[in-house]
Design a protein around this ligand. Sequence first.
Ligand SMILES: NC(=O)C1=CN([C@@H]2O[C@H](COP(=O)(O)OP(=O)(O)OC[C@H]3O[C@@H](n4cnc5c(N)ncnc54)[C@H](O)[C@@H]3O)[C@@H](O)[C@H]2O)C=CC1
Ligand SMILES: [Mg+2]
Length: 349
Amino acid sequence: AMIYPGVYRRTPSLWFRLHSTYVRKMRYLFDLKEDDDICRQAQNSGTFYLFHNLSPFLQKVGSKYLAPQISAVEMKSTLGKLKHNEQMIENSVLIGCSDACMAYFALDLVFSKIYSIPGFLEKSVIESELKGSFTELRKALFQLDGKDRPLLSSAQALLRWHDTHQFCSKTGQPTQKNVAGSKRVCRTSGIIYYPQMSPVVITLVSNGSQCLLARQAAFPKGMYSALAGFCDVGETLEETVRREVAEEVGLEVESLWYSASQHWPFPNSSLMIACHAIVQPQQTKISMNKLELEAARWFSLEEIEEALKRGPKPLKQENQSVSLCLPPKWAIAHQLIQEWVKQQASKPA
Ligand SMILES: NC(=O)C1=CN([C@@H]2O[C@H](COP(=O)(O)OP(=O)(O)OC[C@H]3O[C@@H](n4cnc5c(N)ncnc54)[C@H](O)[C@@H]3O)[C@@H](O)[C@H]2O)C=CC1
Ligand SMILES: [Mg+2]
């Protein structure tokens, strides 16, 4: 499957000697995005992750769920009733590649409009043919482990972006995707559209001994998380952190630092930028913005440690209320909370 660039085509061993696995992968993905012909070839030798209206296809293996990679050949034969294979495969988008440079694609059966092809299989028939089920992404993220989570999240985001950017917003004419799906072009205006992402800052506020968590009405029962907010045009990340903390809980940030970032597919495609922030210890009275939040309060180290121990499901307590539960371990908010716990533990008593 490997396509060697330029001079390496005659001396593939040189290509292998000169580059690490990681560099080879990144160069290969770059070629796939830049060169439609290389990418079209890769579609015939690569593997596919299937989606149905943005729900990824999962299989249960023992007690585990996984997202199977379906080979191009397997796909054509399993979904063999198709008379328009080629056309359908062209609707897929590139989402990565293996260490051996085999390309991964994602394909949404609904968005590919295959249901307009006479004789195409019903969703339930595909599910029983392939022995698995199309599972809503939020649910899938809880069932899957490891590397499939970020892969399926970015795949969904990319598929959704293509589905909602089929027309040029200046001319109203249809846009065409390149084979990899890394952009769409309007032939009339020449405008190139690139997949969109919204930067979001997520901040864990601390007063030195407690941390501030809040909940939105839409959160699952009992769940509290760090404060989050979209960056406004023209803002720096530092300005977004300060504004969001002021807007949502009425506090002034004294200092802040960056921790890590994560792509988040909900509701569209966000780049979550995670920060820690400290407010002045003598200025910690919360004034909550009721339009944005349902509850916000300070939590002690003990409360947080207990909630981490209990895991992601809330317990019903005697007084009808539910116990505190925290975001799942694969959400960056969870990582911020873990880091805060470590900082507290390493502080001199
Ligand atoms: N609070 C949390 O723990 C977590 C939040 N998130 C994500 O963080 C993001 C932002 O959180 P919120 O508190 O809802 O943001 P927010 O505090 O900025 O408020 C949301 C409002 O911002 C406006 N807005 C501005 N730019 C927007 C854009 N590009 N897309 C959508 N709305 C925009 C809308 O009016 C929307 O109602 C969401 O995508 C959410 O899924 C993800 C993980 C955890
Ligand atoms: Mg918010």
